[in-house]
Design a protein around this ligand. Structure first.
Ligand code: SF4
Length: 76
């Protein structure tokens, strides 16, 4: 049976949330009887996205409140 998991691919400080956050991808791993199949990425999120979308100011694309800003693409 296929299995879904969330994996952290990048961790950095977010000034909007005031803490370290993780950029996470959800992958579907193939069932045991199809071992040659690659894993598939089916979703992505910020680990603080739910809490962040409750703030009164627009934040970023990962919270769904400001699609024009992605803090994970900024050079550090
Ligand atoms: S959703 Fe965006 S603004 Fe909010 S904590 Fe995550 S990276 Fe920061």
């Amino acid at each position: 049976m296929a299995e879904k998991r969330w994996h952290s691919v990048k961790r950095q400080r977010c000034e909007h949330a005031g803490c370290e956050v993780d950029l996470e991808f959800q992958v579907v791993l193939p069932p045991e009887y199809l071992p040659e199949q690659p894993a598939r990425v089916v979703g992505h999120r910020c680990s603080q996205g739910m809490q962040c979308s409750m703030f009164t100011q627009p934040s970023c694309t990962w919270a769904g409140t400001n699609p024009g800003y992605d803090p994970f693409t900024d050079p550090e």
